[in-house]
Design a protein around this ligand. Sequence first.
Ligand code: SF4
Length: 224
Amino acid sequence: MSRRDLLAYCNDLGWRDPPEFNPHPERETPPKAEPAPSTSPEIGSLADLKSSIGDCQLCPLCEKRKNVVFGEGAETAPLMFVGEGPGAEEDRTGRPFVGQAGQLLDAMVFALGFERNQVYIANVVKCRPPGNRDPQEVEMSTCSPFLDRQIQLIKPHIIVALGRIAAHRLTGSTKPMRALRSHWMTYQGTPLLATYHPAYLLRSPKEKRTAWEDMKLVLAKLTE
Ligand code: SF4
């Protein structure tokens, strides 16, 4: 999607407040969160981590996946988005959040003043759950060290959990999304905000404005 298309899309969604909106704001760099304790000190880069995952077969999700979807974005991204797991298009391409939900996430990112390659996008599980079912507890707990290490290496200023599964996994809460969203929490010392998953927003367009309210909280924290 071109920048012009993204801008038009954001306008259509109401994801634009004229006094605040600026695709490339001059902002002071917020202080970095304290790095979390390392669980794999020997893995010192995202490239090393990706290599270490390789053709991972640690959980049953390896059986039907086409590609491990490691995640992508800036290695020092201030913002990290975490979803639950790859879907069919992600499994086919090996990239997170592509397809329609990915375009909506791109619009969120753009409305916050970033390009997609300036943030980091990953999932709780790196392989597609068959039929897009929810990842099971054993699958998430087996795969979580990879996400934890990604977070430790990237050291984002803010994590945005996309959807109920990611929010529950990262916060330990089982509250519904409507109770979790709009409240700042932390994950390993990093500020975390939960909001609706882009795929849910496609099914429930009236919540897109609600999601933008959440993104405005992210914007405010980034510019504190
Ligand atoms: S989901 Fe994670 S733990 Fe399971 S096979 Fe894929 S990379 Fe390995």
